[in-house]
Design a protein around this ligand. Structure first.
Ligand code: SAH
Length: 382
């Protein structure tokens, strides 16, 4: 028998129940739970609440997914957990290594869909680039993931699960590393699951990630940005700007057509920043489209007075992407012009291009499509 309270503990994310793992399984999936929720499940089993901390530690800090291996729990409790609960974990189904050390992982989820995550071992920082959706609804014209459309949101357990599995596979559990939500998907379009995953990753008994180590990259969904600014745990924010006029931005990001650049910049000005923090503005450089001297001047003007840094992303080209990468000289000219105007600017080194692990190159066969993708507008209206 499953205790009633435990049965009520289904993952509280936007993803419909039953899409992950055990399709008809009514048992609570412990991978989806924050510490307090896990405590309730443990209490409902009639066990002492402090066992929840032990389980959370085994699962998230040590990456142990079998109750059997949780050796500081009594045999009786392990058996009860095994009967009444599950732990769903994304499975690594392929791992590719780039000549520059970057590694790309293909994960298969409980429903057979696939996502990708990337490990970027730049010294001194180690970075995991994690997905928040299967595919993406934003349809940016230069991004391969955008061409997939959105198959579905990931659950909190699937988002945090990528980190849990990679930390174990790469033996990072006792090492500091950063997380960037820059894999497949738009994190703010899957707000609840993304924030819940971050709470799981931040929990002191888990990987204890601090906000400074996490960067959330968004195409700029305004209501969700406003919501994010009210959170107590706020990651670094990166905003995908990509253009200096509404016309070009609407062309490059068709789902942003309801939005004006000036409103996005105003929202950024309002976004709460801790001492010395800055908002990162990502700017993909497309030859002849948004890389002119006038663009550089307009960009500097747009960001005036903002605590900002600009990260230039020379396009990672791919078949089917109808843009080209500007020459290195052109990238330098653009960067220098910004720097001369007092903008803090860097050029993102492209990592893992030979294994298609670089920005905008993540694309997988997402399995059966879940209807047509929603437009950003509906996401913004949520
Ligand atoms: N949905 C989020 C995360 C996207 S991935 C967002 O829009 O911010 C992280 C960055 O890579 C984004 O700025 C995205 O626009 C950029 N990107 C996408 N395709 C790219 C490509 N082909 N070359 C370079 N950067 C790309």
């Amino acid at each position: 028998m499953i205790p009633r309270e435990a049965r009520l503990h289904q993952p509280g994310t936007q993803t419909p129940r039953g899409t992950v793992g055990h399709m008809d399984d009514e048992r609570p999936d412990l991978a989806e739970l924050e510490p307090a929720e896990l405590e309730s499940v443990v209490a409902a089993l009639g066990a002492d609440r402090f066992h929840a901390r032990q389980i959370f530690r085994w699962l998230h800090r040590r990456g142990r997914e079998q109750f059997d291996g949780m050796t500081d729990l009594s045999r009786h409790l392990r058996a009860r957990l095994d009967e009444t609960c599950t732990i769903t974990t994304p499975v690594v189904t392929s791992r590719e290594r780039s000549s520059d050390g970057t590694q790309k992982f293909l994960f298969t989820l409980g429903d057979g869909r696939n996502i990708e995550s990337v490990f970027i071992p730049d010294t001194p920082a180690l970075t995991l680039c994690v997905s928040t959706q299967v595919g993406c609804a934003m349809r940016c014209g230069f991004c391969l993931t955008g061409q997939m459309g959105l198959a579905r949101h990931l659950t909190a357990g699937e988002i945090a699960g990528q980190v849990r599995v990679l930390a174990r596979e790469l033996e990072l559990q006792d090492t500091r590393f950063n997380i960037v939500l820059m894999g497949m998907g738009e994190p703010l379009h899957n707000y609840d699951a993304t924030m819940k995953a971050l709470r799981i990753l931040a929990a002191p008994d888990g990987l204890a990630l601090t906000p400074k180590r996490v960067t959330l990259s968004t195409v700029g969904l305004l209501p969700a940005m406003a919501r994010l600014s009210e959170e107590t745990w706020i990651p670094n924010l990166a905003v995908s700007l990509h253009a200096t006029t509404d016309r070009v931005r609407h062309e490059l990001i068709p789902t942003s057509r309801q939005q004006r650049l000036s409103d996005l910049i105003t929202a950024c000005r309002r976004f709460p920043l801790k001492h010395r923090d800055r908002i990162t503005f990502e700017y993909v450089l497309l030859d002849g489209v948004n890389d002119t001297a006038a663009d550089a001047r307009r960009l500097a003007r747009l960001l005036r007075g903002l605590r900002a840094k600009v990260n230039l992303l020379p396009l990672n080209e791919a078949p089917g992407i109808p843009f080209s990468r500007p020459s290195d000289e052109q990238v330098d000219r653009f960067a220098s012009s910004l720097a001369r105007s007092g903008v803090n600017v860097s050029v993102r080194k492209s990592r893992g291009r030979d294994i298609r692990a670089a920005c905008g190159q993540l694309i997988v066969d997402s399995g059966p499509r879940a209807g047509s993708a929603p437009r950003v507008r509906s996401a913004q209206e949520r």
